[in-house]
Ligand binder design. Structure first.
Ligand code: NAD
Ligand code: ZN
Ligand code: ZN
Length: 345
């Protein structure tokens, strides 16, 4: 088969590799019908994720058709259309029993395109298939389902649920990339009174308006804290969601929360960020962090099926599987291309 192989920082190639094989009776082999690129793949290509070794097939998001199922697989048969989640879970360890699949101790969690070969390929081996894939209902397209492999559950679980968004809340989302926009989409399910999107990029803020932000602030030229104080009678927001992954964004997100407020960090941080405890100790704030579990995927899939959630606006570009070079280039330059999610089929 052909697959996108990582060859060390800055290097990747769409090339011939051996077909994946079932190595555990809980595995399935999925023929990839649609896959996409994540910001995390760009981090890998910059060499920021050393656990990814040269020779690894990239990608942790896919929709496909079961090609072959191991003897221990009970819920899936060849021909089934499935969502392959960015998180694999054994289903039985302590964390999986608490639906914290991201923390699975039996070689689950984020493994695809990280510790084992991933989804940017014609075929992929998916371990723990019964508890790591989701059957796609009729009426939901491949590309809509694909948005549930990572970004939508991430924004919803690590941003909206961890931040405890409630009706009437004022919610700030720092960073309006695909994950921040997913947090905006998820927050709207709880009828907040105001959603404020904060980003350095006007193109991303335009997208944020389209996804339901009531107010947008470009913090390359506006004082985001002053804008939030203005909007909230000097208090700050009820829930502040960080969806960037840089220290400045986390430190801003903390400042934006009102006393008693909640700060939900989603961003993957490669460097230390400062927590000014000398200012914050007195403010009754709660800070959460997390890796997505994808435990909300069935809920989000139902909301897409009934039309309460629209995944289509995330998809800005389409490519064929052998056009990965061009797809990565378009995805890596969102300011010029307007890219949110690119779909390869
Ligand atoms: N916790 C998890 O489980 C999980 C899962 C998936 C992704 N992530 C992380 O979520 C983060 C967001 O992902 P994405 O794909 O949307 O990334 P992205 O790079 O597409 O978007 C980030 C946005 O933040 C903006 N930004 C940069 N610096 C800023 C600043 N100082 N203030 C305000 N905005 C700023 C950028 O203009 C961009 O629009 C990344 O760190 C990603 O690795 C976390
Ligand atoms: Zn991802
Ligand atoms: Zn587990």
């Amino acid at each position: 088969m052909r697959a996108l192989v990582y060859h060390g920082p800055g290097q990747k190639a769409w090339e011939e590799v051996p077909d994946p094989e079932i190595t555990d009776d809980g595995d399935v082999i999925v023929q990839v019908d649609a896959t996409t690129i994540c910001g995390t793949d760009l981090h890998i290509l910059r060499g920021d994720v050393p656990a990814v070794q040269p020779g690894r097939v990239l990608g942790h998001e896919a929709v496909g058709t079961v090609w072959e199922a191991g003897d221990g697989v009970r819920r899936l048969c060849p021909g089934d259309r499935v969502l392959v989640s960015c998180i694999s879970g054994c289903g039985s360890c302590r964390y999986c029993r608490e639906a914290r699949y991201g923390q699975c101790t039996e070689f689950g969690g984020w493994i695809l395109g990280h510790k084992i070969d991933g989804t940017q390929a014609e075929f992929v081996r998916v371990p723990y298939a019964d508890t790591s894939t989701f059957r796609i209902p009729e009426g939901v397209s491949d590309e809509e389902a694909l948005m549930l492999a990572d970004i939508l559950p991430t924004g919803y679980e690590v941003g909206v649920l961890a931040g405890g968004v409630r009706p009437g809340d004022v919610v700030a989302v720092v960073g309006a990339g695909p994950v921040g926009l997913s947090a905006i989409t998820g927050a709207r399910l709880y009828s907040p009174s105001r959603i404020v999107a904060i980003d350095l990029s006007d193109a991303r803020l335009e997208a944020a308006k389209h996804f339901g932000a009531d107010v947008v602030v470009n913090n390359s030229r506006e004082d985001a804290l002053a804008a939030i104080k203005d909007l909230t009678g000097g208090l700050g927001v009820d829930v502040s969601i960080e969806a960037v992954g840089v220290a400045a964004a986390f430190e801003l997100a903390v400042k934006l929360a009102r006393p008693g407020g909640r700060i939900a960090n989603i961003g993957v941080h490669g460097e230390a960020a400062m927590l000014h405890l000398e200012e914050q100790w007195i403010r009754d704030i709660t800070i959460t962090t997390g890796l997505v579990d994808t435990s909300s995927t069935p809920t989000l899939l139902r909301l897409i099926t009934t039309g309460q959630l629209d995944a289509k606006p995330f998809i800005t570009h389409h490519f064929a599987l052998d056009e990965f070079e061009e797809a990565y280039d378009v995805f890596a330059r969102p300011e010029d291309t307007g890219a949110l999610k690119v779909v390869l089929t």
